[in-house]
Design a protein around this ligand. Structure first.
Ligand SMILES: *Cc1c(COP(=O)(O)O)cnc(C)c1O
Length: 255
């Protein structure tokens, strides 16, 4: 396990474990500690370090795949991984996941190669039909709305928290949004942990009490959808000043 956005740590790991590292797996843009985008050039440097070290780069696009663009995070940054993982979004809310990648690597799987891979629900026709339908319906207009809604939400966070004088960072990874109660931009997990996460529970509950259902953890990104309309944003806009006030009044020991 290596710190995010730290290419020197990656190079040091390859040096210390020469010839022993088969692959590096990373979120193409981090969503599992809140939205933390890769620094410019980080993914490209990671790819180069992997290939120099004889390892595969596995891009986890379970969150970003088909969400931040039709081609996921790859569609925004164009740094190819050797393998990709997908889930969540790709099946339109039904349970399904997928992986894919370079033809020579995928060729090692049965039936063309020796690696057996199968599952009871693999290729489940219902999940696949739902996923395909959703992906076909997700046109450019849907992605424009997602991007717009993410920015709108971030601006509302910013306005409400600034008005209450709460130190915060609104961060984006494509149309993933996060608000960190931090003085500094968050670039890695240590930074996410160093934020004033104790401000999150009162912030969360003040929103929930007013009909806004946020992700239930300070370490989870916020996802928007394309159906959010003016009426939905009105509800959020009304609720946020109360949530910001609750965050401002929060005490570190939770009392
Ligand atoms: C949810 C998630 C996973 C796990 O997916 P499962 O289908 O639950 O195994 C992996 N990576 C990321 C980035 C996720 O968000």
């Amino acid at each position: 396990m290596l710190p995010y956005n730290d290419i020197e740590a990656v190079k040091a790991a390859f040096e210390a474990n020469e010839g022993e590292i088969a692959a590096i797996i990373t979120e193409a843009a981090a969503g599992n500690m809140g939205a933390v985008a890769p620094d410019p050039g980080f993914n490209a440097a990671l790819r180069e370090a992997c290939h120099t070290g004889g390892a595969l780069l596995i891009m986890d696009e379970v969150m970003t795949g088909f969400r931040v663009s039709k081609a996921g995070w790859y569609g925004l940054e164009h740094v190819p991984g050797d393998l990709y993982t997908f889930g969540k979004v790709m099946s339109g809310g039904l349970p399904a996941a997928a992986f894919g990648g370079r033809a020579d690597v995928m060729g090692k799987l049965a039936p063309s190669g020796p690696v057996y891979q199968a599952g009871t629900l693999s290729g489940n026709p219902v999940a696949v039909a739902v996923g395909l339908t959703q992906l076909r319906l997700a046109d450019d207009e849907v992605y424009r709305k997602l991007d717009r809604n993410a920015r709108l939400l971030g601006e509302l966070f910013d306005d409400a928290l600034t008005a209450e004088g709460v130190a915060h960072q609104v961060q984006y990874a494509g149309n993933l949004v996060s608000v960190f109660f931090s003085e500094e931009p968050v670039r890695d997990y240590a930074g996410a942990q160093a934020a004033q996460t104790w401000r999150f529970p009162p912030f969360f509950h003040a929103l929930l009490d007013r009909g806004v259902y946020p992700p239930p953890s300070a370490f989870e990104a916020w996802f928007v959808n394309a159906a959010m309309d003016d009426a939905a944003f009105e509800v959020i806009e009304q609720a946020l000043p109360h949530a910001a006030a609750a965050a401002a009044a929060a005490k570190e020991d939770g009392q």
